[in-house]
Design a protein around this ligand. Structure first.
Ligand code: HC0
Length: 564
């Protein structure tokens, strides 16, 4: 180990650590803003400074490697005052409308300012002034709140390889945004919202539709129904001081009823339906020599990505709408008929872990399906606005018609889940045998960005892959171009899948995604039925309305096509 002295005390440290990692390991927290654990360390914000006693220099602890014999001071007056001064520089060019900022509750700049006890900002120089960008249906950018930490650039360019958010100019003139300062809507932004999760301030966040949804709920002429995505139920509780991975399904349903929704349904119902449609599509392509590999189509950021960057692969994308859109289509047909409603009287709201779902609902070819999409964060905001104590609510139940789901649908919310759910059904339909083991471990887990497996289906070896994060999607597509043979590939835009979506509660804890994922597998394990084709309400929907999977009625309502 390395011999290190910190604030006059001696320690032995493991090798290959940064100064910051080591200080954290001995329980000395260092304030930081531009740093993202395990992902990014630029030293740009200069808030994590400590003193190297031997050189006399102040060093950025996040990106300085720990060295043998280092003597470090973390809390002397020079360190404290310089950190404060650097924060004041950031604050002097930051639009500080904190009480009404979308990130008021989760702003790291505000939190650090509070912890450092800054009472007034001594510098009041020139401020940059840039227009707010409202052009995107999913995201809203407020450049004057940007502190140039580059976390969004890192996630957008390195992790997602979308390269929309990047720095332009130098020094005081440095600005982060799309190339040539164009609007987000004119850029190739896929609206995954990972920038909004990464941003320590309110410089980029989801475009909110809270007021529109309240307006519909308060309109007595409107029948307002809601669907909730799989990943929302394992993250919502974090907004109410519960640990990540707390399952909030029943309480969430109760809250929605109090808020006044006329029907509370589950996107997991249409996730089961998606498996029926997509499984049938796979079997057709597989048995008749159709275009393979088949790519999943439920993650709208991924769809925008392939349309923008790899249009040559669009024939590989499943024609299935996502579960969100399938729900919207059925709400506007099956449900309308059952309830005897006029189309103008129905408002369909979705609660999604995802910002790109706002964009998906806005796509011209299916804009009739869903009216408003709220993120998990917006939903939590609405619960708070109503003074509802989520944790004191009883466990509610979804409405019957489109509210039941199997375990296969729950795991849609994590990377690998759609593949596992599809295989549970495809295996049984193709081989006409029962699956010996439902858990499909090769598709599970967060540590690998691309997971691969082979299995035998009626004497043919089937190669599958699961990819999360768009940089990994790019890698898979390049591998296919270079001759890699797959039959079926699941793609999710966000690292972790929907549990890590751009609309989820903001968490800096590295274990958060793991805990949300485990909760989804727990929901799956606890279900009586764990295979989509065994969902009795889905069976009923086919028998009384759609006839069979892949029927012309099913195609008309539940399938779509893509544009370049
Ligand atoms: Fe997902 Fe979905 S699983 S994309 O990750 O397929 O957003 O949670 O709702 O639509 O069901 C998100 C989550 C969904 C959809 C489902 C799929």
């Amino acid at each position: 180990g390395l011999k290190i002295s910190v604030d006059g005390e001696e320690y032995t440290a493991a090798e290959d650590m940064t100064v910051l990692e080591f200080l954290r390991s001995i329980n000395k927290e260092v304030p930081n803003l531009c740093y993202m654990e395990g992902v990014y360390e630029s030293g740009a914000c200069r808030v994590c400074l400590v003193e190297n006693v031997d050189s006399g220099e102040l060093i950025t602890s996040c990106n300085t490697p720990l060295e043998e014999g280092m003597r470090i001071e973390t809390k002397n007056d020079r360190v404290r005052q310089t950190r404060i001064m650097n924060l004041e520089f950031l604050l002097s060019n930051h639009e500080s409308d904190c009480p009404s900022c979308v990130k008021n509750g989760s702003c790291e700049l505000r939190q650090i300012t509070e912890e450092m006890g800054i009472r007034d900002v001594r510098f009041s120089g020139e401020k940059t002034e840039q227009p707010v960008d409202e052009s995107s249906p999913a995201l809203r950018r407020v450049p004057d709140k940007c502190i140039n930490c580059r976390r969004c650039e890192n996630i957008c360019s390195d992790t997602q390889t979308v390269n929309v958010l990047a720095a332009e100019g130098r020094g005081f003139e440095t600005k982060i945004g799309p190339a040539y300062f164009e609007e987000l809507a004119s850029s190739p932004c896929v609206m995954c919202g990972q920038c909004a999760v990464a941003c320590p301030t309110g410089a980029i966040a989801e475009k909110e539709y809270i007021n529109e949804v309240w307006r519909a709920l308060n309109d007595s002429d409107q029948h307002v129904i809601v669907q909730t995505a799989p990943a929302v139920r394992v993250a919502l509780a974090e907004e109410f001081d519960q640990p990540p991975g707390t399952i909030a399904t029943g309480k969430m349903v109760s809250a929605l009823r109090i808020m006044g929704f006329d029907g509370v349904f589950d996107t997991q119902f249409t996730a089961d339906l998606t498996i029926m449609e997509e499984g049938t599509e796979f079997i057709e392509r597989f048995e008749s020599g159709g275009q393979l590999p088949l790519f999943t189509s439920c993650s709208p950021g991924w769809i925008k990505f392939i349309e923008a960057f790899y249009p040559e692969f669009l024939d590989n994308v499943s024609s299935c709408k996502s579960p969100q859109q399938m729900f919207g289509a059925l709400a506007n047909s099956y449900y309308l008929e059952k309830e005897n409603l006029d189309p103008d009287e129905l408002t369909v709201v979705s609660i999604m872990p995802c910002t790109a779902k706002k964009y998906e609902a806005d796509r011209p070819e299916m804009e009739e399906d869903v009216d408003y999409v709220l993120t998990t964060r917006e939903f939590a905001q609405m619960i708070k606005q109503q003074g509802i104590h989520l944790w004191n609510l009883p466990e509610g139940n979804y409405d019957k018609l489109m509210g039941s789901s199997t375990g296969a649908a729950a795991i849609f919310g994590t990377t690998g889940g759609v593949m596992e759910a599809a295989l549970r059904t495809a295996y049984e339909l193709i081989t006409e045998q029962e699956l010996p083991e439902l858990d499909f471990s090769p598709a599970r887990g967060l540590s690998e960005g691309i997971k691969e497996a082979s299995l035998e289906l009626n004497g043919t070896e089937v190669n599958i892959a699961v990819s999360h994060g768009l940089g990994n999607a790019r890698e898979v597509l390049e591998a296919i171009k270079n001759g890699r043979e797959y039959h079926f590939v699941e793609f999710m835009s966000c690292p972790g899948g929907c549990i890590g979506g751009g609309g989820q509660p903001i968490s800096r804890e590295s274990e958060t995604l793991e805990k949300r994922m485990k909760a989804l597998y727990e929901i799956d394990r606890e279900k009586d039925r764990r295979k989509s084709h065994e969902n009795p309400q889905v069976q009923k929907l086919y028998s009384e309305y759609l006839k069979e999977a892949g029927s012309s009625r099913a195609h008309e309502l539940l399938h779509t096509d893509y544009t370049t």
